[in-house]
Design a protein around this ligand. Structure first.
Ligand code: SF4
Length: 349
């Protein structure tokens, strides 16, 4: 069966039947913008064509295998499986202001091998196709719509490094902003990277309004190389130049993500060096409390007191800073934790 996102094939199907384009436009609007169910969406077609359409086109490329709703806050973690039975996860983040965001995965596993990340322990298993990335949006969007909420933001901060899967990332972004598909404003989409300068520049050029987040986590080369081995390949000087160029192209700030790790990157030295590194770049710094993972017992979150001091120090140095409220700690919402938990249970079963 062909995916609902194969627009050329669907248009060819329509032309063969000499169908007016309007019913298909309504079908797409129903399924991809209002997040109505497949059955209801297909009812926008003339009755005599519905069965044939259902036989030829499939709405989903993923199966929703598990769902965990937080008892503490508005996070829901969704565990999906690909057609080849590989696990991946998405997280719905509902915050008190009523805004609902979705964090999607771009890969199963990840080659970046960040020290603090459960997904990094899996190595790379598969690049997700654009269809698999977008089906996370469709299925989570249906859950959100059924609650009477609206999906507002999409962030590529789930499993995987999006810039290691550029062709499918760019295809997915094109469909997310396409007026005939999801019709999302690009500024409501954020792509988060560990810092791959050539990919950052291509993203800024192709999608200047899509927001970029950079996981920086340290500006001390040895610390960053230990936390993020990708830094051995793309050092801080190269990253600094790319950040300046991206902000010049996009004419907007980069979101700098900084995970606060006790004694690792929250020292007085870090507080001195970070503003120096960011001095001439348009950034907003997002400090993130660390969600511990079983695989990294050597890492611990900075204390609330140290986190407050760190934020205050950065502000005093003239940076715009927020501390991200960490959602879903009881449903293993940090990247890769639910999949790792499922893998362990399968191994131990
Ligand atoms: S933090 Fe992101 S880039 Fe790093 S290993 Fe995890 S999934 Fe990959």
């Amino acid at each position: 069966m062909t995916s609902i996102f194969a627009q050329d094939t669907i248009d060819a199907w329509r032309r063969e039947r000499q169908l007016d384009p309007e019913p298909l436009r309504r079908l797409r609007a129903s399924f991809l913008r209002k997040f109505e169910g497949w059955k209801r969406a297909v009812e926008h077609l003339p009755p005599e064509h519905r069965d044939d359409f259902r036989r030829r086109f499939t709405p989903h490329s993923l199966t929703l295998a598990d769902r965990r709703d937080s008892n503490l806050d508005g996070a829901s973690k969704l565990l999906f499986r690909t057609a080849g039975d590989l696990p991946l996860e998405s997280v719905i983040l509902r915050v008190a202001s009523g805004r609902t965001s979705l964090c999607v995965s771009s890969q199963v596993g990840c080659a970046a091998r960040c020290d603090f990340c459960a997904t990094g322990r899996m190595d790379i298993v598969k690049n997700l196709s654009a269809e698999e990335i977008l089906d996370q949006v469709v299925q989570a969007g249906q859950i959100i719509a059924a609650e009477g909420r609206r999906l507002r933001n999409i962030v590529f901060m789930g499993m995987g490094e999006p810039l290691h899967n550029e062709p499918e990332l760019h295809r997915a972004l094109a469909l997310l902003v396409d007026p005939l598909s999801f019709n999302l404003h690009p500024s409501r989409i954020m792509v988060s990277t560990v810092g791959i300068p050539p990919g950052m520049l291509r993203l800024a050029q192709l999608h200047p309004q899509v927001r970029l987040a950079l996981s920086l986590h340290s500006v001390r080369p040895d610390v960053r190389q230990t936390l993020m081995p990708i830094s051995l390949r793309h050092g801080l000087d190269e990253l600094h130049s790319a950040m300046r160029e991206v902000t010049r192209i996009q004419q907007r700030e980069i979101m700098v993500e900084y995970l606060l790790l006790a004694g690792v990157n929250d020292t007085a030295e870090d507080l001195r060096l970070l503003p120096e590194f960011l001095r001439d770049i348009n950034v907003h710094v997002n400090l993130i409390p660390y969600n511990p993972i079983d695989d990294a017992p050597h890492l611990a979150a900075s204390s609330p007191e140290r986190s407050r001091q760190f934020a205050a120090g950065l502000k005093a140095a003239g940076l715009r800073v927020t501390t991200r409220y960490s959602l879903g700690s009881d449903v293993a919402a940090a990247c890769g934790q639910l999949v790792r938990g499922h893998q362990r249970r399968r191994v131990n079963a």
